[in-house]
Design a protein around this ligand. Sequence first.
Ligand code: FUB
Length: 437
Amino acid sequence: MKTLKLFFAVLLLASVTVSRAQNPIIQTKYTADPAPLVYKDTVFLYVGHDEDDATNFKMFNWLLYTSTDMVNWTDHGKIASLHDFSWAPQNGAWAAQVIARNGKFYMYCPIHLKGIGVLVSDSPYGPFKDPLGKPMIFQSINDIDPTVYIDDDGQAYLYWGNPDCWYVKLNKDMISYSGAIVKIDSKPANYQEGPWFYKRAGHYYLAYASTCCPEGIGYAMSDHATGPWIYKGMIMDGNPVSSGNHPGIIDYKGNSYVFGFNYTLNYAKTKTHNERRSVCLANITYNADGTIPKLPFWLTEGVRQLGTLDPYVRTEAETISWASGVKTDKDDEAGMFVTDIDNGDYIRVCGADFKSGAGKFTANVSGLSGGAIELHVDSLKGPVLGQLDVQGNKTAGHWETLTCRIKKVKGVHDIYFVFKGNEGQLFNFNWWKFKKD
Ligand code: FUB
């Protein structure tokens, strides 16, 4: 009987699952205007940032998240801001896009009312600098939402605009252009703003936020980079539960994805509409003729994990599939870390492959009032592997690496870090890893 019980206990902790993300994909901040960039083996997701107390658009900076499995996203914090432009006002860090060329990274930033500027960096993580000291494009306040693509022949195109759509040919330096700015006369049906321009399997695509409000995502196709554009339908219809939307589309590891946003986290807190948006993600597919089958509006169920996460290497605490209650911050010693941790808050990390078994858990933390990290697998109320105590008086004010023994766990599991303690903020959390024994 004892052996049988042991067998079932081991079976429970050795299950194999394919994890799925949940929309919206970022919960620690309000995020909008997703601009994914596939660079080497990683998806760099640049987003706009709605401030926590925003009612209308209150956007001061741009944030970066990265992933290699599409379900766990690592928060890199603010990578550029209005302060990077000497000519920018205090508000208006709208929908940017980053593209790589010859080892440099070009970030096209619409500054509301001021036109489109460009920042340059040697790294996708920044720091970014403004080489021009002025907007690259400014015809009117309708110059927003730039999207850029480099064609196979090396010619780069910048499209943008609300409610008209414009394009220009960029020079090889990517910070200047040649020829006239062209307003497209084949503007697709219900084009509003937020164009996303790309080429795939010989077809050119212009996806965009459709006429407001609510905004869905429409798309047009062409045989040429400069059109004419033929409207092909909706990737997703708008939905009254959400006013805006804004596409970003990539292929990654053999799958195709569309990013956009909804207002789910705002409405979870208040009945009032505020511009506090949250980036969402779904799979798309392509028909043989290149058209895109329509998706439902953003579902809560997200995309499947690509591969698994290795729990035996240091993972940043701000690598998150789903978080409840916590925020992220940065300091000189730890870099990014998870903060604002209260009793009952939690973080889920998807699909960690413990292989033949882990017996210890290590975390780098900095105590505040003190508490514990309770380790669950598979669900918030799933089996408890163990608990790492963080003593406020011992670790207060400095980062410390602590280890505890845990029940043996094998196979692939979602991990839930459930935070326990008394009143107030318990501790800050920098990174974690498991050890075999
Ligand atoms: O985020 C500010 C503006 O709202 C963007 O530029 C538009 O695309 C819309 O999402």
